[in-house]
Design a protein around this ligand. Sequence first.
Ligand SMILES: Nc1nc2c(ncn2[C@@H]2O[C@H](COP(=O)(O)OP(=O)(O)O)[C@@H](O)[C@H]2O)c(=O)[nH]1
Ligand SMILES: [Mg+2]
Length: 272
Amino acid sequence: MSPKLSIVVPAYNEAARLGKSLQTILSYLNQTRKPSELIVVDDGSEDETASVAEENLADAGSVAARVIHYEKNRGKGYAARVGLLAAAANIALFSDADLSTPITETPKLIKPISDGECDLTFGSRALDRSLIGVHQPWRREQGGRVFNLIVRVATALPFWDTQCGFKAFRMNVCRPLLEAAQIDRFGFDVELIYLAHLARLRLREIPVRWDHSAGGPLDASGNYSRDSLRMINEVRRIRRQVDRGAYSEAISAARTAAMVEQKHLRPASSVF
Ligand SMILES: Nc1nc2c(ncn2[C@@H]2O[C@H](COP(=O)(O)OP(=O)(O)O)[C@@H](O)[C@H]2O)c(=O)[nH]1
Ligand SMILES: [Mg+2]
């Protein structure tokens, strides 16, 4: 049976954390007893990520599971998009490899899509801060707040946290945007949300649980001021490209798909 839900996990040098996460996702998906798919994208890791992924997906039960691998590290945005565009289900969710948002939060994002209310839903750490168990390091968290403010000012998007690594897409509507997106590193979330907003898709920022997990690739390479500057430059690049009309075709394709979708709304049938 073709899958109803695809989960995509972008992974870069995640050999230490990935095995446990994949087991957790597989047992969650097997419990739901709906046909589903799990795609790990190995983003040119230098460690054992690829073999850890292969080993842990070898016995996936009823889940269609596979690893997409490429040699060169391209960034989380690129990896997430490769996985999403390869998804067989019409609802695809990407999650960080460390499951900072527990996979059991999936229905919060999936249901508004399967109920026909939303085209793109995304987890948020800003709407209900009582859901945060383990916080990110203080400077990182403050940096995130400043970045989100800059995003609001630069794009007029009405959201408080665009950066949470837990997002779900109605693929037949969002596909053109994923294909047109250009930002490969951390500004990619802003780009997708902004394009979806310009296409007047139905977006929803949804409070989710979050427990920061140390030891990710960012902890290894993280330089907060350099990373913040890069992200701000990425937001400026997105604005410039929008002004140049670089995304216009994709935006109207997504807009058209959303209108068709809403005309043919089926009676609500929940996936989970
Ligand atoms: N830092 C980094 N993460 C990547 C890259 N490609 C994919 N990822 C994945 O992006 C996710 C978030 O990374 P993480 O270090 O946990 O970020 P944090 O939660 O913000 O500390 C993980 O699933 C990574 O494996 C990359 O090039 N750099
Ligand atoms: Mg993390």
